[in-house]
Design a protein around this ligand. Structure first.
Ligand SMILES: Cc1cc2nc3c(=O)[nH]c(=O)nc-3n(C[C@H](O)[C@H](O)[C@H](O)COP(=O)(O)OP(=O)(O)OC[C@H]3O[C@@H](n4cnc5c(N)ncnc54)[C@H](O)[C@@H]3O)c2cc1C
Length: 439
């Protein structure tokens, strides 16, 4: 905990993952006092405690590193979980964040206390009052399980709890879900399990991890308009992969980026090697036997649920922030309307790696948090009244588009101040005329 300044003057950053660390570094750069806490034993977030140890990032190191803190030259194009963790630890140390950090410190409640500050409670019973709360609690922890009719008599493991192939050895495995984690686990089960099937409700877009000898996330395509990105990616898929139906997979029924695409062709290779068998959605379950919607059946010892996560903030009082189908209802990516001193950062997911986005975004947010001191109304309320701002409709972010919006936002901030003054004047006038009318 940083010494000398009362917590009443400090913001609390919740979460020491990549996003919380970026926010802490940006606050420090701007001289904004803060404390950083994490429920886990150190910095790193998911890369410390949330992924299987042999996981590698699927976005390249260039697309994932902080723009102002490059990954070491000796790192490969797709670093491992251990390398990611070492990199994040080095970042925290180099930016001097550790002296303001506390670990094994879980926030159980954070709420406005009616005096313009925030009452925060921790799992160890401690209570503190902070100026504001910056929530960076990540979006890969609140496990979502598949629903099916019937009860499975075998074991069910969520992808979040997968640590290594020893959990699969000798088992007949059914993986449900074909995103990046589901693919990794199906490939492991195909090699180390007794058998592996993968059940997919709909088709996924599988993109090659590399193209023309470079990581796909590094080719100069991501700044183009979305329709051109889709056109080029479809051409790349046609040349390098072909029709997914030739692998026994379904044709995607959505456009690329309408949902998170999966990077890599490992699943397609595993299917070709006969190690993994694709199956459609589940119709019903009886004991260890599963019937799929096409009428075929299979018998399994273990279901791996790679069915994703809910976005949630269990420590925030109901009604402070709305979440609609995984999309957090905040303006500018972080600012809930009507709530002063609450910032929700990092709930959305960059399409191709968080790196290019998180540094400029954290800097913009730190500047806005500083600006909040000069404003009468909460930032989210001011944005709500602007015709240029709307609530998000997806959790997937186009990093290049967002970078352009961030540059623009720095220019627009002084206008927010003007709007705040105008709204404050109007509010005062309305109050005066109410008093006069009553008199
Ligand atoms: C298998 C896997 C592969 C991935 N691959 C990539 C990739 O290739 N590229 C990419 O960009 N992203 C990838 N991701 C996404 C990954 O989530 C991000 O890289 C990144 O970790 C998100 O950072 P974050 O700081 O938002 O959240 P997290 O890393 O989840 O950190 C959030 C932190 O908040 C803490 N916390 C939560 N609640 C509380 C509380 N109440 N009190 C105190 N602390 C709390 C948690 O302990 C955690 O440490 C992958 C994720 C998984 C699971």
């Amino acid at each position: 905990m940083s010494e000398g300044i009362s917590t009443l003057e400090r913001h609390l950053v919740i979460g020491a993952g990549p996003v919380g660390l970026a926010m802490a570094a940006a606050l420090k750069r701007r001289g904004i006092p803060f404390d950083l806490v994490d429920a886990a034993s150190g910095v790193g977030g998911n890369w410390l405690h949330g992924v299987y140890r042999h996981a590698h990032i699927v976005s390249s190191k260039k697309a994932t590193e902080y723009t102002d803190f490059p990954m070491p030259d000796h790192y490969p194009d797709f670093p491992s979980a251990d390398q990611m963790l070492a990199y994040l630890q080095a970042f925290a140390k180099e930016r001097g964040i550790l002296s303001s950090s506390e670990f094994n410190k879980k926030v159980t409640s954070a709420a406005p206390d009616g005096h313009g500050t925030w009452a925060v409670e921790f799992a160890d019973g401690e209570k503190r009052t902070y100026k504001g709360v910056i929530v960076c609690n990540g979006h890969h922890w609140d496990k979502r399980y598949p629903e099916f009719s019937g009860t499975f008599a075998g074991e069910i493991l969520h992808s979040k709890d997968y640590r290594g192939p020893e959990q699969l050895t000798g088992k007949r495995v059914l993986v449900i879900g074909g995103g990046n984690s589901g693919v990794d686990m199906a490939c492991d089960a195909g090699r180390f399990g007794r058998s592996c099937d993968i059940s997919l409700q709909t088709g996924y877009w599988y993109l090659p991890k590399t193209f023309l000898g470079r990581p796909l996330t590094d080719i100069p395509l991501w700044g183009l308009p979305i329709f051109l990105q889709r056109l080029i990616l479809k051409a790349i898929i046609a040349v390098t992969i072909g029709d997914y139906r030739r692998y026994g997979l379904q044709k995607p029924n959505h456009k690329i980026f309408d949902r998170h695409p999966a990077f890599g062709t490992d699943l397609l290779n595993a299917i070709r090697l006969g190690r993994v068998k694709p199956r459609p959605a589940i119709d019903r379950v009886e004991g260890k036997t599963i019937t799929f919607v096409d009428g075929t059946t299979g018998t399994y010892d273990l279901i791996v649920a790679a069915t994703g996560f809910n976005t949630s903030f269990p420590f925030l009082r109901d009604g402070l922030v709305k979440v609609e189908r995984g999309v957090v209802q905040v303006y500018g990516g972080a600012f809930p309307p009507g709530v002063r001193g609450l910032y929700i950062v990092g709930w959305a997911q960059a399409r191709n790696g968080f790196g290019r986005l998180v540094t400029p975004l954290a800097d913009l947010y730190a500047r806005m948090i500083q600006l909040q001191d000069e404003l009468t109304f909460p930032l989210g309320t001011l944005m709500e009244t602007s015709f240029t701002q709307s609530l998000p409709t997806t959790h997937l972010v186009d990093p290049e588009k967002s970078r352009r919006e961030i540059r623009m936002a720095h220019w627009i901030l002084p206008f927010l101040k003007l709007r705040d003054r105008r709204m404050a004047r109007n509010k005062l006038k309305a109050e005066k005329s109410r008093i006069t009318a009553r008199a």
